[in-house]
Design a protein. Structure first.
Lengths: 364, 267
């Protein structure tokens, strides 16, 4: 990234921050502000996917796993906070005499919950990534493996109704670290936290992209063998990007819970994980803003069209996805550059370089 | 830079029963441009693959006191062994400067990786000058000409501070002038480093080789100076099919169209 372009991106983040933190709260109703908060949560996860997939070439199809780690950590804490000294209501329903499951106990502590939201994804992604990247698992195999994990986790949660709420999920949270969630002011506060964290994540990724690590990550994506022959272990480079993306998914999940008020396996399973990817592909996976804006657009489509015309929405989403992949393989954010290029040289098609590199990877 | 030599002794590489390299020994010293030649399938590239850890080999390949065989690829690189591939493999989406910066970066601390680059490393400027790429600093590597890409690869080896440069067909597909420039470049950098070149181009070999090893079917056929090798009847037989025709001029062109497209990721 050239210097001027890099600073232009930074001012872009500034504009985005003003829109999210100042303009949106003034313009939107409470209902839509809450919805925007939900899109911010998906966008935070999407920024991480952009890092891992767009820049790192790792098709992370199971970010729902890390989304779940954050979401369920938060949901368990809020459930316990709401229940007070008693056992959470849904547990009593299945077995009135059984005690609180062991793994719930530490989530009474707010500090532990916050630490868990940060450390759990780092540990899980660290172990998983180390095992996969050191063995040089990549391409389609990596994608399928991560996807399978998301499915497995969703099934596990569904089948442990008493411990996790099963398919019904965890809901009816009354308090958020002492704040009453029903109060619109507190709802707005949660929105501000989500929007601010989205900006923080964008800033983090901005710095990563302009750093030497960012260049090394792109190099690893495009020619992993070559990086090895420069004396680096590409596994370590990918591991860092994978862990950061897992952390972002977890943060997104954690804020999703107080904003939406419910978390179920459907929000973290295969379909949800793919929807996260779809937003990133739609916006442009390798760009700075593409993943976040794409995820927000898909989120908005889902809550507006998805609720008024649910049977049509799936088709529209599918169609959009096909059109983008066919005609704009680098997402909507590549549109301005392509239009500019088309104006300069009308007969020269810019080659979708990233796609070629990725096919290479899937083949090897 | 180093007085250590690369000494390969009785190197064997097998691919599920097929002996690609069957007991090859040679050495290379700083100050000479060492050539490894031979017809298709002679095991030249496989030798390099084994030395750099890409293929499993038995026997020994030592750089000074250090054994290379059996180590991981990136650890062999860290001992100072660098290589290029038959097809130029630079990072197409990054600029020349970014390519070189990554090559120069293996000594950097992880924390410094998180910062953006400020200025150009002196070693990078030197390598750019050496390879004549100074004007292409900000060019995307993907749009460089074929010859420039090969030079960029050599420049990457220079900034990476490689003691041993293993070059796999560095002049394939180059114009005559580019070949001459590459040959002169190799002679310059060989003054302080070990340079081992795998080549098919006999003309290029004759002009720039100090010592030559001829491989044939995984074994050393002949070894010595260019004149000695060319006078060797065994070499003439391999290259010409008949022992009678002693005119070495016929050796000048050995067409080998397959070589350029041969796969390079054999792991």
């Amino acid at each position: 990234m050239t210097k001027s372009k890099s600073w232009l991106s930074l001012s872009g983040i500034g504009v985005f921050a003003v829109l999210l933190l100042a303009v949106a709260p003034l313009m939107l109703t409470d209902h839509w502000l809450n919805n925007l908060g939900k899109y911010c949560c998906w966008a935070i996860a999407a920024v991480g996917i952009g890092l891992a997939w767009g820049r790192g070439g790792m098709l992370v199809m199971g970010q729902g796993v890390f989304f779940a780690l954050g979401a369920y950590s938060m949901a368990m804490h809020l459930t316990l906070e709401t229940a007070g000294d008693r056992i959470p209501g849904f547990m009593v329903l299945y077995d009135p005499l059984a005690p609180l499951p062991m793994f719930w106990e530490p989530f009474r502590s707010a500090t532990f919950t916050l630490l868990a939201i940060v450390l759990l994804p780092v540990i899980v992604a660290g172990i998983l990534g180390y095992a996969l990247f050191k063995r040089r698992v990549k391409g389609a195999y990596f994608a399928i493996l991560t996807q399978a994990l998301a499915v497995a986790l969703a099934v596990l949660i569904s089948s442990t109704i008493r411990e996790t709420g099963g398919d019904t999920g965890l809901s009816d949270f009354k308090y958020f670290f002492g704040f009453v969630l029903n109060d619109p002011a507190n709802k707005a506060m949660v929105y501000f936290i989500a929007a601010a964290l989205l900006i923080v994540c964008l800033l983090a990724v901005w710095q990563l992209y302009r750093s030497r690590f960012g260049e090394l990550l792109v190099a690893t994506r495009d020619a992993e063998e070559r990086v090895r022959f420069l004396g680096y272990d590409p596994a370590n480079v990918k591991l860092v990007a994978f862990i950061v993306s897992a952390l972002m998914a977890s943060i997104g999940g954690a804020l999703f819970v107080p904003i939406v008020g419910i978390i179920t396996p459907a929000e973290i399973g295969a379909a949800a994980s793919i929807l996260m990817i779809a937003g990133v592909a739609f916006g442009g996976r390798a760009s700075l803003f593409g993943p976040a804006l794409g995820a927000m657009a898909v989120g908005w489509g889902q809550s507006s069209l998805g609720s008024t015309w649910p049977e049509g929405w799936t088709y529209i989403l599918g169609l959009l996805f096909i059109v983008v992949v066919l005609f704009l393989p680098n997402g909507l954010s590549s549109l301005p550059a392509r239009l500019a290029a088309a104006r300069r040289k009308p007969d020269v098609q810019p080659t979708p370089v990233i796609v070629a590199a990725e096919l290479e990877e899937v083949r090897s | 830079m180093t007085d250590a030599s690369l000494v390969v002794t009785d190197l064997r590489v097998e691919f599920s029963g097929f002996v690609a390299v069957g007991g090859v020994s040679f050495d290379a010293h700083p100050g000479e441009v060492r050539f490894l030649i031979g017809p298709n399938g002679a095991g030249k590239t496989t030798c390099i693959d084994a030395i750099t850890g890409l293929s499993k080999g038995t026997g020994s390949a030592r750089l000074g006191e250090k054994e290379l065989l059996g180590k991981q690829v990136h650890k062999i690189v860290r001992l100072g062994v660098g290589r290029t591939f038959q097809t130029a493999s630079v990072f197409d989406e990054l600029t020349v400067l970014q390519n070189l910066d990554i090559a120069a970066g293996r000594h950097r601390s992880p924390i410094s990786l998180l910062r953006a680059r400020r200025g150009v490393d002196p070693s990078i400027e030197q390598a750019l000058e050496e390879t004549g790429l100074s004007g292409e600093l900000a060019t995307q590597a993907g749009i460089l000409s074929h010859g420039q890409k090969q030079w960029l690869e050599i420049a990457m080896l220079l900034v990476q501070d490689a003691k041993v440069l293993l070059l796999d067909e560095p002049v394939a597909g180059m114009s005559h002038d580019e070949r001459t420039a590459t040959g002169e470049l190799l002679q310059r950098i060989a003054a302080k480093r070990i340079v081992l070149v795998v080549e098919h181009d006999m003309d290029f070999m004759r002009r720039f080789a100090t010592r030559v090893t001829v491989l044939h079917q995984g074994k050393v056929l002949s070894q010595g100076s260019v004149a000695e090798v060319q006078a060797d009847p065994k070499v003439q037989e391999v290259y010409l099919g008949t022992a009678g025709a002693a005119t070495t001029a016929a050796m000048s062109v050995v067409p080998e169209p397959v070589a350029a497209t041969k796969n390079r990721t054999e792991d």
